[in-house]
Write a protein that binds this ligand. Structure first.
Ligand code: ATP
Ligand code: MG
Length: 425
């Protein structure tokens, strides 16, 4: 019986890897322009870390975590909690009061797999810890937007404020009263959520619940003066940076730790998987996890959704395909050894070189050279080998010129590399 990958876990094949690397390279480049430093974290953490940060009554913790029940450890469903754990554990703020950290890697959630929704998926995650100024919120959001722009993706940005421990509790009470009045119209999940996590009802995707929510009160109307002013300044700062956004007064996030600014980058091109990235402020989280009373803000983008969107909006030709500089094609046994040294020397000089050892025909080797997108093929037939002069074929122009097999393979490789760099052979 053939063994196949687990449902919701996917191989990323060489054919598709170009766009992954393209996105990752862009992300690192842009994040570092904003002074971010990379941090790499373990996949497994104590279950308690996620229960205490993401929150017990969230979908992620209630239904989606891969937990080794007998060991008390969980495969991380997201990265923020782990970054905070590491930040506290290593006292990173002592070295530098404001930390800008990013990480890229796999996350695990037990959800129903579909396009753009997997059980192992990958996130780009960026966090700024230790700063509360509204301009920081705008800067972080602008960084996410810059990444999407430079990838050539068009998405919309939605913004909301979730208030703080001063203004949210009275709002929750008001919301519960409203939802209880509408209980008959709510789905079963939302009836339960009305008491366990009423804010989540605002985010339910079911048509009936959405209709109810249209009439619900919004936190934006009852923010405390501090949150209200913070939110106004975030909006102004985004306008300063010329970042277009829309306010979505019913946006809530699926994780309990968010406070104040929350945002999502959305697309209509991926069906139900509308969120390409999302994030927000989490001002009480670090303290709640036993760290200093520092605030933070971050976002995560889903790499699968970014790759799908890149395909959808940009087509596949924006991503560089594999190419080789030189394909060495020996056609007889005698030249095999020197050709293999020549290929090795080319590689050690930094050129991308391919070589065929199987004694295949010239036609077959040229076909292979085309498949790997070789710029040049060095044809070393038996006659050429005897004459000491190979043929160098430019695969783009089809032009051929002689290439003297004089000197050592190192010298020959150097001449080829000089030619690749635009100098005559
Ligand atoms: P959704 O509403 O689509 O379930 P979410 O609110 O659970 O998303 P976050 O926890 O905010 O998502 O994670 C940030 C990003 O990670 C999402 O915007 C999405 O791009 C990506 N993501 C989240 N869950 C998955 C998944 N199961 N498969 C693929 N990507 C995911
Ligand atoms: Mg989700």
């Amino acid at each position: 019986m053939k063994i196949q990958a687990i449902n919701g876990f996917k191989d990323i094949l060489p054919d598709g890897i170009g766009r992954w690397r393209h996105i990752e390279r862009k992300a690192r480049d842009i994040f570092e322009r904003f002074g971010m430093q990379e941090i790499r974290l373990p996949i497994l953490e104590k279950t308690e870390l996620f229960v205490r940060s993401i929150g017990e009554a969230t979908d992620v913790v209630e239904k989606e975590m891969y937990t080794f029940a007998d060991k008390g450890i969980t495969m991380r469903p997201e990265a923020t909690a782990s970054i905070m754990r590491a930040f506290i554990e290593h006292g990173l703020h002592v070295q530098e009061p404001v930390q800008r950290l990013y990480t890229i890697g796999p996350m695990f959630r037990h959800e129903r797999p579909q396009k753009g929704r997997l059980r192992q998926f990958h996130q780009l995650d960026a966090e700024i810890i230790g700063a509360v100024e509204p301009r920081i919120d705008a800067e972080l959001i602008a960084m996410g937007q810059m990444l999407l722009d430079e990838l050539g993706l068009s998405v919309s940005l939605e913004l909301n404020s979730l208030g703080c421990p001063i203004c949210r509790p009275p709002f929750k009470t008001r919301l519960i009263v409203f939802l209880e009045e509408q209980v008959d119209a709510l789905c079963e999940d939302c009836r339960r959520r009305t008491h366990t996590n009423p804010l989540r009802v605002l985010d339910c995707k079911k048509t009936a619940c959405r209709a109810v929510v249209q009439g619900a009160p919004s936190l934006l109307d009852v923010l405390c003066p501090d949150c209200d002013s913070h939110f106004a300044q975030v909006r102004a700062a985004l306008e300063e940076l010329r970042i277009p956004f829309a306010i979505n007064r019913f946006m809530v996030r699926g994780l309990d730790y968010y406070t104040r600014t929350t945002f999502e980058f959305l697309t209509t091109d991926l069906g139900a998987q509308a969120a390409v990235g999302a994030g927000g402020r989490y001002d009480g989280l670090i303290e709640q996890l036993g760290g200093p009373p520092l605030s933070g803000i971050g976002f995560a983008m889903g790499l699968e959704r970014l790759t799908l969107l890149l395909d959808r909006q940009q087509g596949s030709d924006t991503v560089p395909v594999r190419s080789m500089d030189v394909f060495v094609a020996p056609l007889g046994d005698d030249s095999l050894a020197p050709c293999s040294r020549l290929a090795h020397c080319l590689r050690s000089l930094g050129a991308k070189a391919a070589i065929e050892y199987g004694g295949r025909s010239l036609k077959a080797q040229l076909k292979q050279a085309n498949r790997v997108n070789a710029r040049f093929v060095l044809i070393v037939g038996e006659d050429e080998w005897t004459r000491g002069e190979a043929i160098l074929r430019n695969m783009q122009t089809q032009e051929q010129q002689p290439f003297a097999l004089t000197g050592s393979p190192e010298e020959q490789a150097q001449r080829l590399v000089d030619m690749l760099h635009g100098q005559a052979v």
